[in-house]
Design a protein around this ligand. Structure first.
Ligand code: CP
Ligand code: NVA
Length: 310
């Protein structure tokens, strides 16, 4: 297997070239069809440690299963059980874990903590979600979009809702792959301006584009893909009531998506709240691909582990 990614971290899709992202997606497609188990001992004897400071269903299970299916082992490390929870530094934790493990996946709050862990660890560190970014989700999203639309460049994606971690990584992913992303969020909840600027810079080189507005009707016009996410992310529970009032006009429902392309697919990283950010009619309807999207977390992450740790 040609591999120039061995030993790299995955902190953000920003750190990966368009060619490297496509390399991950191509391997993810291949692994999805790997009935013969060609890759089943690639990580033999290797262990991925998985640190969680926030809850998870998909990320935890798909990474653990990915490691096992590649012949390795996934070790779940709840942050509250680690000395990290009692004040041991990230620096010391990274140095110690590097003596036992072959890779670390971490889900936490601060992007800087993930960067600091990567700095102290001499094994690959993978961002399993921070308040700022969710790159592994977007690898699976890009794989799903390519499966349904046959390509990425030129595809129009509308993201409706909070300018959050998923939105930020989608902007990087779309910009890197020549897609057009149109984001609609309420005033005050638009994506981070530095990330918008960086994604725009990339999009100008790939033929993609980044549009921002507060009107969801404008964002979804002729979209090939409509994506949304929860209105209150993990850690924002205290803002829930206020956010629900502000985001109510941003629900992805039939009235909104009738403006999108007829073949439009609907995506959501899950967990979803039916009747809040998305209507049941849409998420459980014929154009929803949310469970393929969830499945692709496994394939995209297997590809990532194979390339970074194999
Ligand atoms: N989409 C996603 O990351 O799901 P979990 O929070 O269940 O891992
Ligand atoms: N934006 C959500 C994604 C969950 C997978 C959150 O951070 O809670």
């Amino acid at each position: 297997m040609m591999n120039n990614l061995k030993g790299r971290d995955m902190l953000s899709l920003k750190d990966y070239t368009p060619e490297e992202i496509i390399q991950i997606l191509d391997l993810a497609d291949k692994l999805k069809k790997d009935a013969a188990g060609e890759y089943s001992s690639l990580l033999k004897g290797k262990t991925l440690g998985m640190i969680f400071q926030k809850p998870s269903t998909r990320t935890r299970v798909s990474f653990e299963v990915a490691a096992v299916q590649l012949g390795g082992y996934g070790l779940h490390l709840s942050a509250s059980d680690l000395q990290l929870g009692r004040g041991e530094t990230i620096d010391d934790t990274g140095k110690v874990l590097s003596r036992y493990l072959d890779g670390i996946m971490i889900r936490t709050f601060s992007q800087q903590d993930v960067a600091d862990l990567a700095e102290s660890a001499d094994i690959p560190v993978i961002n399993g979600l921070t308040d700022l970014l969710h790159p592994c989700q977007v690898l699976a999203d890009l794989q799903t979009i390519r499966e349904y639309k046959g390509k990425l460049a030129g595809v129009k994606l509308a993201y409706v809702g909070d300018g959050n971690n998923v939105c930020h990584s989608l902007m990087y992913g779309c910009a890197r792959t020549g897609m057009h992303i149109s984001v609609a969020s309420p005033e005050g909840y638009l994506p981070d301006t530095d990330i918008v600027a960086e994604a725009r810079e990339t999009a100008s080189q790939t033929g993609g584009s980044i549009a921002l507005q507060t009107n969801p009707m404008v964002a979804v016009q002729d979209a090939d893909v409509v994506v949304t996410d929860v209105w209150a992310s993990m850690g924002q529970e205290s803002e829930q009531n206020e956010r629900f009032k502000i985001f109510a006009p941003y629900q992805v429902n039939m009235d909104l998506v009738k403006r999108a392309s007829e073949e439009c697919i609907f995506m959501h990283c899950l967990p979803a709240h039916r009747g809040e950010e998305i209507s049941a009619e849409i998420i459980d309807g014929p154009n929803s691909v949310v469970f393929d999207e969830a499945e692709n977390r496994l394939h995209a992450q297997k590809a990532l582990l194979a390339l970074l740790m194999g």
